[in-house]
Design a protein around this ligand. Structure first.
Ligand code: PEP
Ligand code: MG
Length: 915
């Protein structure tokens, strides 16, 4: 039997059986749009009769060098006959013509990326017939001129402008503004002129044969899968190239049949905020593209309750049913033909990150989804977006006071963006990519061809179009701040300027747009970080995530203020405090340098005694901020030269000082006083010089070489811990020794440090204090000998920055500057291993370390504190190997909490699993 390439809308059961029952595969076969049209038919929603040509047919067509696969055309004809039967009309019949639309639809929706042609089946003869049938010459001519234009542009590849210029100049000559002001005779004239455009541009006539129209349109949709804009979109959205698109052939219903007809698009909830209210636009007496293109000014959907009350009620019932069926917010398209409502599309609506979170939490409250579904639905990137910088209200109010408010539009996609203005997609993309500028792309409205510029931009601003316009939908999907319909702005694309409220902005000048309020400012405004405490739904969602996760999320924080922020973001501990950062403070650095330069043990002790109170108060602040939670403090790690000025810097200073003091020198006054001092420093710096300091005297090696520093640090840690304990704070200090490579190092240093800890407890009279001594696993040898290391270390923390560096042999300071980018581009590495864990190599070492370490010490606490601790894919891996926690920078804590829950939902909560 011939392969089935075509499915009637009512054949969704057959499609399901063919793909093995999963809805995801049905969508893969029929495309998201086709599958949903079929599904709506199945649940009794009014959908005009039609059929779907599968994605398999598209792939077969493209693979065969643009030839329909065998049997496909015959199946299309058979299905067309079925549609004729269902609609009571005949395709190409002049007395009772059936018209159809030809719509693209891939598995994942790619709004506006591929092609659609409406009114197929109209030609000179069927148009005559329809006029007789409907008695509405204006409507028929309007439909016919749209077909010639769309067919010309989409199927025959003629520039839109060729038709738009004809339409605009005709309207100008007639002195009318709106398309609806054109009468039947005007539209007839436009049909003739549009046909002339086709003839002139292509050298042949607009095809009169309806079957030829349907064939060419189907081919065009298949082709559009490989068009540049679809290709660019797929890159950005991470959609595979081999999915192909399906084609839906759907009976036309007409929203332009008079004032009891109309068409619209709507979201069942507000896609910007997530609020539960119908959100959308419609137009009476119009066809779909009028609404989406933003060419005519649309009405708010709620107004339809007054203009078409019956249809509105039915519409509200159907959309409620669709939400209930899909358990998600829907984005629908509909047409009302002479009072009768038809649904043309439904899909899960694209939305902002804030809306995603609110809808997920609300739907749990409404009993539509479970908490687990809510948590799974929100992505780590969305949580990240909610914590991105915003302009704060005070900054905006001040800018307004200063007269910097340039314009106001519709707040289509939230977030703050400042950048230089460019008026077309190519320039915007070039300036962003080649010149590394922050770019705001400004257009009257956007089209799918503009997507590359929109994606390269930091923000998007249009002077026309509404909240469901192309610009708004694309921006929301990719989290780009966007304002649309800022109608006071006049853009002059020739002069490359825009004006509003008497102000002029030239291309390349700075503006700031606030996607949350729709305000556009001239200049660059300061941004601030949003407060998580105020984002109630996000807090709720993250609390649910914590209930589901097994991994805890801790934070890397060096100062009490970072610790407090981390705690407010939900961190359950500090996984890494890099103590050396405290040494760099200007009042402390001279003492640190004195300590390094000390010739005798006594001199060094004296300098360290000066540093001790500083460190003690640093740690006390941290313990206080993390009352009740563990705090891991890492002993000094970097090579000492990092605390000294560079040799070049010192040499330059010595020379300058000598030149300035030269006159005195000649007069026999000797060298300037500071030169001797600087020369001493220079000598020390030269003696500290190492060719490869990252592999030199640092970490535990430094502690063994010069134990006084870490002895002071441990004393400071325990003095602070005791003082805070005595104040009633619950302190859980964990002392971490960095860069261990052999257990012997720990055996040498750790007992000395433990002795100091015990001594301090005794001095302070503190009996009960839970503390641990442990190490970082960041040298491959430590991972490989983890069984031995765990005999001394009470906890492990993976320092995956160094572990990645040493496993690959790539310098973490240099690799990202040069070859690493090329390695990723060339596919030699799938991802940058300093961002996402290299599971095959570094990951293997980690897994071995966890297993061997726990074999020695079953209670071994294991965490990660390298940059990977905030990366969702790496977090999933840490869950799988049985880490207790991940630790990341405070801002990534909320993202990590969600990722930890996702890992548990995907793999279960059990400890280690087979990988
Ligand atoms: C690491 O190496 O992963 C780590 C956390 O330590 P640092 O980045 O300070 O070397
Ligand atoms: Mg390290």
């Amino acid at each position: 039997m011939n392969k089935k390439w075509v499915y009637f809308f009512s054949e969704v059961n057959q499609a399901e059986a063919y793909v093995g029952g999963s809805w995801d595969s049905v969508r893969g076969l029929l495309g998201g749009k086709g599958a949903n049209l079929a599904e709506m038919t199945r649940i009794g929603v009014p959908v005009p009769p039609g059929f779907i040509v599968t994605t398999e047919a598209c792939n077969a067509f493209l693979a065969a060098g643009n030839t329909f696969p065998e049997g496909m055309w015959d199946q299309m004809m058979a299905s067309l006959a079925e549609v004729e039967k269902a609609s009571g009309k005949k395709f190409g019949d002049a007395t009772n013509p059936l018209l159809v639309s030809c719509r693209s639809g891939a598995k994942f929706s790619m709004p506006g990326m591929m092609d659609t042609v409406l009114n197929i089946g109209l030609n000179d003869a069927t148009a005559e017939g329809m006029i007789k049938l409907t008695g509405n010459e204006r409507f028929v001519n309007d439909s016919y001129r749209r077909l010639v234009m769309m067919f010309g542009a989409v199927v025959l590849g003629i520039r839109d402008e060729a038709f738009e210029e004809v339409l605009d100049s005709y309207k100008a000559a007639k002195g009318v503004k709106l398309d609806t002001d054109l009468n039947a005779a005007d539209l007839k004239e436009l049909i003739a002129r549009f046909k002339d455009v086709v003839k002139k541009e292509k050298g042949f006539d607009f095809p009169q044969n309806p079957l030829e129209q349907i064939r060419l349109a189907t081919e065009a949709v298949f082709h559009s899968w490989n068009g540049k804009r679809a290709f660019d979109y797929r890159r950005k959205a991470g959609i595979r190239d081999d999915l192909g698109t399906a084609v839906s052939i759907v009976t036309m219903v007409f929203g332009n049949m008079g004032w009891d007809s109309g068409t619209g698009v709507a979201f069942t909830r507000d896609p910007s905020t997530g609020e539960k209210k119908m959100y959308g636009e419609y137009l009476l007496n119009a066809q779909g593209e009028d609404v989406v293109a933003g060419i005519r000014n649309t009405e708010k959907i709620v107004e339809m309750a007054k203009s078409l009350p019956e249809a509105y009620k039915q519409f509200m019932d159907i959309t409620a049913k669709l939400e209930l069926h899909y358990h998600n917010m829907q984005d629908v398209e509909f047409t009302i033909e002479r009072g009768r409502l038809w649904m043309l599309q439904t899909r899960d609506g694209k939305r902002t990150a804030a809306a995603e979170v609110k809808i997920a939490v609300d739907m749990v409250g409404e009993g539509l989804i479970t908490k687990e579904q809510a948590v799974s639905r929100v992505t780590p990137e969305q949580v990240d977006a909610l914590l991105h910088p915003q302009f704060d209200t005070a900054t905006m109010a001040e800018a307004e006071k200063k007269g910097l408010l340039f314009a106001k539009g519709v707040n289509a996609s939230p977030g703050a963006a400042s950048g230089q203005v460019y008026f077309d997609a190519d320039t915007a993309e070039r300036m962003a990519k080649e010149h590394k500028q922050a770019v705001i792309m400004v257009r009257p409205f956007t089209k799918p061809d503009d997507v590359h510029g929109m994606l390269a931009a930091k923000g998007i601003l249009t002077s026309e179009g509404g909240a469901t316009s192309h610009a708004a939908v694309v921006a929301r999907q990719f989290g780009v701040p966007c304002i649309v319909g800022a109608s006071s702005i006049v853009i002059d694309l020739d002069k490359r300027i825009m004006t509003a409220n008497g102000a002029i902005l030239h291309e390349g000048e700075w503006i700031s747009i606030d996607g949350a309020t729709g305000k556009v400012f001239t200049g660059e405004l300061k941004t601030s970080i949003p407060d998580l405490e105020e984002q109630k739904e996000l807090l709720t969602l993250l609390n649910w995530a914590d209930e589901m996760a097994r991994l805890q999320v801790w934070a890397n924080a060096d100062y009490p203020k970072d610790a407090r922020r981390a705690r407010s973001f939900g961190a359950k501990g500090i996984g890494l405090c890099r103590t050396e950062h405290m040494f760099f403070e200007p009042v402390r650095l001279p003492t640190v340098q004195r300590m390094i330069l000390a010739k005798t043990h006594e001199d060094r002790e004296a300098a360290l005694n000066e540093l001790l109170p500083y460190q003690r108060s640093d740690f006390a602040g941290l313990f206080n901020a993390m009352d009740g939670y563990p705090v891991i403090i890492r002993l000094i790690d970097p090579p000492l030269h990092e605390f000294m000025p560079s040799a070049e810097e010192l040499q330059e200073k010595i020379i300058t000082s000598r030149i300035q003091g030269f006159a005195g020198y000649v007069l026999g006054k000797g060298e300037p006083a500071d030169v001797a001092d600087m020369e001493k420093k220079l000598k020390a710096v030269e003696s500290l010089h190492e060719s490869n300091p990252m592999m030199g005297l640092r970490g535990v090696r430094l502690s063994i070489y010069m134990p006084e520093i870490v002895e002071m640090q441990v004393r400071a840690i325990f003095e602070a811990a005791c003082d805070e304990t005595l104040k009633g704070v619950v302190v859980k200090p964990e002392v971490m020794i960095p860069l261990t490579g052999t257990v012997k190092e720990l055996e040498w240093i750790q007992p000395r440090l433990v002795r100091i800890a015990k001594q301090v407890l005794e001095e302070k009279g503190v009996k009960e204090l839970h503390y641990k001594f442990g190490t970082m696993i960041e040298i491959p040898r430590a991972a490989v000998t983890a069984g031995e290391i765990a005999s001394v270390a009470e906890f492990f923390s993976f320092g995956t920055n160094d572990l990645t560096q040493m496993t690959f042999g790539y310098s973490r300071d240099d690799a990202e500057r040069n070859f690493l980018i090329k390695y990723v581009e060339e596919g030699i590495l799938e991802k940058n291993p300093f961002q996402t864990l290299d599971i095959g190599g570094v990951g293997k070492l980690m897994q071995m370390a966890v297993n061997d370490g726990r074999a020695t010490r079953p209670s071994l606490e294991v965490g990660i504190c390298g940059e990977h601790g905030g990366d969702p894919a790496s977090i999933e891996f840490c869950h799988l190997i049985g880490n207790n926690y991940v630790s990341c920078s405070p801002f990534r804590v909320p993202v990590a909490r969600l990722a930890a829950a996702h890992a548990a939902l995907k793999h279960g909560k059990g400890l280690t699993q087979d990988l």
